[in-house]
Design a protein around this ligand. Structure first.
Ligand SMILES: NC(=O)C1=CN([C@@H]2O[C@H](COP(=O)(O)OP(=O)(O)OC[C@H]3O[C@@H](n4cnc5c(N)ncnc54)[C@H](OP(=O)(O)O)[C@@H]3O)[C@@H](O)[C@H]2O)C=CC1
Ligand SMILES: O=C1O[C@H](COP(=O)(O)O)[C@@H](O)[C@H](O)[C@H]1O
Length: 540
């Protein structure tokens, strides 16, 4: 992210909503404070409820006070920033509203010297996408006559299965070319997720060993302590599979597993991610039963506070069968990853909030000279995405003293632990990139379609069979079957610590990770691929 953004007017549909209030205004304010926004920039908010421009600006001020990493004050910067926000109340299904929108945009083009560039952000429920897009086109607001551009930014979920995603995509593509469509997966805007490619490809430690010959298993976690909050009605139709696995979790997997791309431009990276999605071993009905786990939280206690069960949440059916937890074992059928299990785990109302990825390396061969030194814990690389952003490396060293003993130690890098470090939020990067027309951190249609193709069979099998819900207590680590999924392979989930950096050593000590996961090398195979030497890398 460098330089100032292009001149443009951002139109936010859903300007009074939760996402806009919690994320979008904070992101715009941070871009503004960091000098990233062009002086030729304004925002029009659209929603149904009546409000004046002043009322809208006051609401934004409050949102920033509550959620922004930069707190606003009534200083010189605030009036200029706030003065750029306009509000137009109308129902997005009503065509006459777009006539007024067009007039306002023409006026703002003049006032801010904007050459017709627009970014339309659909921060509304997906059921509203089609009406908004059609009406924009009918009003002549999506003509894309160069040099002016009109782009579309869409929130997730993109469909609820492959068929509905295809229908939505067909609809959008009639009016917007792929290069003007920015499908959001906000995880791609996170600092540490962008760091995955750098860690992998800019370090001699990792690049040569990033394959089945050295990596035993990869565990990708995105676990949360929050419940569904006010989004119960949406979540009832989604569940953890559609809400997290189809998008964020599979995107993390593709970034971990893709081949080094020919360059770092958006389309080139997308091509590599698509290849990973194409190589996913399909989950047959038999494998869904064996290798996937779903759960739903019941009442419990998190951080000393009691938490209601999912079925008691607003907007949720009292006998709901929607899963709030999903875990699965996934294989990628290519030369780099054949035989290496990727374990995915996500859920709400779990013990800890944290997105953390664990790369467990193969154990070394047992050699006599360490036989009296205790057990060797596997080398581990942990990529900590959120809330702590950092990297954690586990190594074996000799414990100081006259007795020969090997112990695991950890080396930590934390990029957001210092008091003065305030990492940009994902939406800052995403809004900036969309204004610049850079698609690198957005999902292309092929990725979306392949991700649905992978998860649809899981949804189908789950829909046909019942699990006795609720099957985990709020504040726990999910259903017992999630632990069994790894235990069967002789493994355990590495502990997700979340929290602050200072919590990490305790979290790991308490989890007793010394000697943890000394598992049979399920992907056992010699580095040079020679047959007959597998025993060297076999069970330890
Ligand atoms: N909130 C979050 O954390 C996340 C949200 N998302 C996605 O973002 C999108 C928005 O979510 P969220 O903000 O939570 O939803 P909300 O229900 O909080 O907000 C919906 C917004 O849409 C407006 N709206 C609804 N119907 C119409 C209509 N007919 N015409 C004009 N405006 C309308 C509402 O305003 P009014 O009632 O005044 O019309 C409101 O501003 C969804 O696609 C969601 O899946 C994705 C990831 C996270
Ligand atoms: O997209 C979503 O993500 C959030 C989790 O995001 P994070 O940035 O806090 O990790 C999740 O709570 C929500 O259900 C889902 O729609």
């Amino acid at each position: 992210m460098a330089g100032q953004s292009e001149a443009c007017i951002l139109v936010i549909f859903g300007a009074t909503g939760d996402l806009a209030r919690r994320k979008l205004y904070s992101a715009l304010y941070a871009l503004y404070r960091d000098g990233m926004l062009s002086a030729n920039f304004a925002v029009v908010g659209v929603a149904r409820r009546e409000k004046t421009a002043d009322g809208f600006r006051r609401d934004i001020f409050q949102s920033l006070q509550q959620y922004s990493r930069y707190k606003p004050s009534e200083d010189q910067t605030w009036p200029d920033f706030a003065g750029r926000f306009y509000y137009l109340p109308f129902d997005l299904r009503d065509r006459s509203g777009y006539v007024r929108l067009k007039e306002l945009l023409a006026e703002l083009d003049e006032r801010y010297a904007v050459p017709g560039n627009r970014l339309f952000y659909l921060a509304v429920a997906p059921g509203n996408f089609e009406a908004a897009i059609n009406n924009l086109a009918v009003a002549g607001l999506a003509v894309n006559e160069p040099p002016a551009w009109q782009r579309l930014m869409l929130e997730k979920p993109f469909g609820r299965d492959l068929a509905s995603a295809e229908a939505l995509n067909r609809q959008i593509r009639k009016l917007f070319a792929e290069e003007h469509i920015f499908r959001i997966d906000h995880y791609l805007g996170k600092e540490m997720i962008q760091n995955i490619t750098v860690l992998r490809l800019a370090n001699t430690f990792f690049e040569p060993v990033w394959n089945r010959n050295y990596i035993n298993n990869i565990q990708i976690n995105s676990v949360e302590t929050v419940g569904v909050g006010e989004r119960g009605a949406y979540y009832e139709k989604a569940g953890a599979l559609r809400d997290m696995i189809q998008n964020h979790m599979l995107q993390l997997l593709t970034l971990m597993a893709m081949e080094p791309p020919a360059g770092l431009e958006g389309r080139v990276v997308r091509d590599e991610k698509v290849k990973v999605l194409r190589s996913l071993q399909p989950l047959t009905a038999e494998r869904v039963i064996k290798d996937t786990v779903r759960g739903q939280y019941g009442p419990g206690c998190i951080n000393g506070e009691s938490a209601a069960g999912y079925r008691a949440e607003a907007g949720v059916a009292s006998a709901s069968n929607t899963e709030t937890f999903a875990a699965m074992k996934v294989f990628i059928e290519n030369f780099r990853w054949a035989g290496v299990p990727f374990y995915l785990r996500t859920g709400k109302r779990l013990a800890v909030k944290g997105t953390e990825i664990f790369i467990q390396f193969n154990s070394l061969p047992e050699i006599n000279y360490f036989k009296d030194y205790g057990v060797l814990t596997p080398n581990l690389l942990v990529i900590r995405v959120n809330p702590v952003e950092g990297v954690h490396l586990q190594l074996n060293v000799k414990r100081p003293g006259t007795k020969n003993l090997i112990v695991p130690i950890t080396m930590d890098f934390c990029q957001n632990c210092g008091l003065d470090i305030n990492s940009p939020e994902a939406y800052e990067r995403l809004l900036f990139d969309a204004i610049q027309g850079d698609p690198a951190l957005f999902t292309g249609w092929e990725e979306v379609a392949l991700a649905w193709r992978f998860v649809d069979p899981v949804a189908e099998v789950w829909a046909q069979s019942d699990v006795l819900f609720p099957n985990y207590a709020a504040g726990s680590w999910g259903p017992a079957q999630a632990a069994d999924l790894l235990l069967r392979d002789g493994l355990r989930w590495w502990p997700v610590c979340g929290g602050r950096r200072s919590d990490l050593p305790d979290c790991w000590r308490n989890a007793g990770t010394a000697g943890y996961n000394i598992a049979p090398a399920v992907n056992a195979g010699p580095p040079d691929g020679q047959a007959g030497e597998a025993a060297v890398y076999g069970p330890h």
